[in-house]
Write a protein that binds this ligand. Structure first.
Ligand SMILES: [Cu+2]
Length: 110
């Protein structure tokens, strides 16, 4: 019983933290070999403090690498999984996969 109460307390704390944070998340597809959709070099716009989550959906390895932008970051190279980054600085980010030439996107943080 004591264990149950402790678990409930943890759950309640988690919920309380999550709500005021206004945790906006934007998912971006990582395909073979594109971001968002095939044949495009898309622009994705988000508000500052949005967490952008790149989700690997293809069959070969890719990465997320900021070529130009107010803040540099990059993921590891992998085939399956996701990579999330909270965008705390406004500006325009040019993001590429360093493996596939032309696999790029623009991320605008307003
Ligand atoms: Cu790639």
């Amino acid at each position: 019983m004591r264990k149950l109460i402790a678990l409930a307390a943890v759950a309640a704390t988690t919920a309380t933290v999550a709500v005021p944070a206004l945790a906006a998340t934007k998912s971006v597809k990582v395909g073979d070999d594109y971001f968002v959709r095939s044949g495009a070099r898309p622009t994705v716009a988000v508000s500052r403090n949005t967490t952008v989550k790149w989700v690997w959906r293809g069959k070969v390895a890719h990465n997320v690498f900021v070529l130009k932008g107010p803040q540099k970051f990059h993921s590891k190279t992998f085939v399956k999984g996701s990579f999330a980054h909270k965008m705390t600085r406004k500006g325009t980010y040019k993001i590429v996969c360093t493996i596939h030439s032309g696999m790029e996107m623009t991320l605008k943080v307003r």
